[in-house]
Design a protein around this ligand. Structure first.
Ligand code: HEM
Ligand SMILES: Nc1nc2c(c(=O)[nH]1)N[C@H]1C(S)=C(S)[C@@H](COP(=O)(O)O)O[C@H]1N2
Ligand SMILES: [Mo]
Length: 401
């Protein structure tokens, strides 16, 4: 088998099994410190970017009062979450290549040689386990495949701290080894003399990089397919693609699942209401009365937390105009509620800046057409710099605070 050959080539010149980690460089085969260092740098960059963009995503969805989410640039979340999922996916081949490179260390004997060695080995559990956990749960989430018994978002969030902590510790611990291995430069012979290995070190690194590039090109069209149409053609691996779905864009949670299909043919029971402690003059309107209000247009993306995004031209009523009608003040915040009864995403909150932004609309039309039922007919929220999950569909009530 090919992997046996690679591995046999690698093992032939392993350092003596009791060499402590970080000691004499293992210079032969693929289990080489230089290979490990290069893969580690790629992985480290991906994971740090993942961590920071993930934190932004968390902040968007669970805002802190001391750090209000901005309304400009309107497409910021589109970029941050696109980058999060893209770097996460790109890291997968690098992660497995890195594990391949270092695995003889996992099975090295004796298990521990010193206290420092013991600490280092134990820290591999959160590092390796956490990294695998993040990529596996992250990808499962993209496919809506919830095979695990815990809630994805909170567990993925908590594990992010474990992984990033372990990663920083690992970077510190490996700083010197990495520097030495990189300074040393590539060995003259990229395949040790007399080794019949299938892949050279350089070939191995290129293969890992190419696998990462293939996964990226095969999925990034979900985010970049609109600005760069060529990427739509190569977007063969991502579960949701721009251009698919009613009105030419994907649906997350169709009306049938939200239990609101009746809205498509019967709006007789539908009344739009604006009320709450921040609304001195609450109001209630039929959909025709809403349609008769002044309309505005805005070009904004739906940017799903799962990484896909599409921009559309929306037309509807400004939330700010409705707030003025009910006599709300400039610091009013708004909870937007859906007709949908259950489900974690049947409401969302706008901070004061978002609620008063010119481009925060209750949309009636998308690209000039009445919204499809799956896209939130008769009325949906569309606001700048916001995760798709907070662009509430089938809006029925605004609670002003
Ligand atoms: C293949 C790799 C990854 C994929 C596909 C992925 C995917 C996702 C997705 C879809 C979300 C949105 C969850 C939601 O709000 O419903 C998310 C959030 C997040 N991700 Fe990842 N992720 C990956 C790797 C990572 C890594 C390596 C880290 C950290 C080191 C990380 C940290 C976070 C954080 C902190 C959040 C925010 C969670 C929250 O809102 O509470 N992710 N990720
Ligand atoms: N009421 C309600 N609104 C919702 C959801 C939902 O489940 N219920 N899903 C959200 C999610 S996760 C996304 S990405 C967007 C998708 O909008 P679209 O289906 O029109 O593309 O709607 C959001 N609005
Ligand atoms: Mo979403």
């Amino acid at each position: 088998m090919w992997y046996r050959r690679i591995d046999a080539a690698a093992r032939r010149r392993l350092p003596s099994p009791d060499a402590p980690l970080g000691a004499p460089p293992a210079r032969s085969g693929l289990h080489d410190e230089r290979v490990a260092a290069i893969l580690g740098i790629g992985l480290g960059v991906c994971f740090i970017v993942c961590f920071l963009t993930g934190m932004y995503s968390h902040l968007e969805q669970h805002p802190e009062s001391w750090l209000p989410i901005p309304t400009v640039p309107a497409g910021l979340y589109r970029v941050t979450q696109g980058v999060h999922v893209a770097t996460g996916i790109a890291s997968i081949p690098l992660l497995f290549a890195k594990l391949w490179t270092v695995w003889p260390r996992f099975v090295a004997w004796p298990v521990v040689t010193s206290a420092a060695h013991a600490v280092e080995r134990i820290s591999l559990v959160p590092l390796v386990g956490g990294a695998l956990f993040q990529v596996i749960t992250g990808v499962s989430n993209l496919f809506h495949w919830y095979w695990f018994p815990f809630f994805f978002t909170t567990t993925h969030y908590d594990t992010a701290f474990v992984v990033i902590g372990a990663l920083l510790a690992h970077l510190l611990a490996k700083w010197t080894v990495t520097r030495t291995a990189l300074r040393r430069g590539a060995p003259k012979l990229s395949r040790p003399a007399g080794e019949p290995g299938l892949l050279t070190r350089r070939g191995f690194l290129w293969t890992a990089g190419a696998a990462s590039a293939v996964l990226t090109v095969g999925t990034v069209g979900e985010t970049l397919g609109q600005p760069i149409p060529a990427l739509q053609a190569t977007d063969l691996l991502s579960p949701r693609r721009p251009g698919t779905g009613p009105q030419g864009f994907p649906v997350n949670n169709p009306a049938s699942e939200a239990g609101v299909t009746h809205l498509a043919h019967d709006l007789s029971g539908y009344l739009f209401r604006v009320e709450g402690p921040g609304a001195p003059r609450p109001l209630m309107m039929t959909i025709d009365e809403v349609r008769a209000l002044p309309r505005h247009r805005t070009d904004l993306p739906i940017s799903c937390v799962e990484g896909w995004s599409v921009s559309r031209l929306w037309e509807g009523v400004r939330v700010a105009d409705v707030l003025a009608m009910v006599g709300a003040g400039p610091h009013a915040t708004v909870t937007v509620e859906s007709v949908e009864q259950r489900g974690p995403y049947n409401l969302s909150t706008l901070n004061a800046a978002q609620a008063h932004a010119d481009d925060t609309l209750l949309a009636l039309l998308v690209n000039g057409e009445e919204l499809a039922i799956d896209h939130g007919y008769p009325l949906r929220l569309i606001a700048p710099d916001r995760p798709g999950v907070l662009q509430t569909k089938w809006v029925q009530r605004l609670v002003v605070t």
